[in-house]
Design a protein around this ligand. Structure first.
Ligand code: IMP
Ligand code: MG
Length: 185
């Protein structure tokens, strides 16, 4: 979609409403609670590695429904630039403290081609040998996959649609929408 088309986009069709997202994020948090409560030692924090910018809103809602302590870390990765086509992976910020041998959960907005996720999971595995390494994704688009990577916890599996809102952008727009939608031109 070109810049002109964005400006003429008249409507955004709701794909998942704010309340549908809230319900699903809560149930996903319950799954995480059941999975991690027996694994974490008393007082041990799960390291959540959020992938900025897209995972920000999902992560903020998710952590408030968890019943164990967390340590929040972030990396910044991008693969789209200003278009809807997946391009070269950019790695603006991979700085993390020493999280060697910790339980680590990557939190992604969406797993699309899988390039971002496979890069990050391989990096974390090689750099820190985590006690466990898993990934939670708000959205999964399995039909677009180029890399053999699977999110362990997924809120919604969707068709091959380009979605915006709830943290996800198109050319740095629409992240603030409380719902997930599809642009209509
Ligand atoms: P992947 O590396 O191709 O799996 O792409 C992952 C990244 O591309 C995500 O973290 C998003 O930032 C971006 N992305 C993929 N699909 C969409 C979409 O439908 N809307 C907005 N961003 C997307
Ligand atoms: Mg992203």
């Amino acid at each position: 979609m070109s810049e002109t088309q964005i400006k003429t986009a008249t409507e955004i069709e709701v794909l998942l409403s704010a309340s549908e997202i809230a319900d699903r994020v809560k149930s996903l948090a319950e799954t995480l609670n059941s999975h991690y409560r027996p694994i974490l030692a008393h007082g041990e924090r799960l390291v959540l590695v959020g992938v900025l910018k897209g995972a920000l809103v999902f992560l903020a809602d998710l952590i408030r429904a968890l019943d164990f302590p967390v340590q929040l870390e972030f990396v910044r990765l991008a693969s789209y630039g200003d278009s809807q086509e997946s391009g070269e992976l950019q790695v603006p910020d991979l700085a993390l403290p020493n999280i060697t041998a910790r339980h680590v959960l990557v939190v992604e907005d969406i797993v699309d081609t899988g390039k971002t996720a496979s890069f990050l999971l391989a990096y974390l595995e090689g750099q820190f040998q985590p006690s466990s390494l898993k990934m939670a994704a708000l959205l999964d688009k399995p039909s677009r996959r180029l890399k053999d990577v699977k999110a362990d916890f997924v809120a919604f599996t969707i068709e091959d649609l380009f979605v915006v809102g709830y943290g996800l952008d198109f050319a740095e727009r629409y992240r603030e929408l409380p719902f997930l939608g599809v642009l209509i031109c």
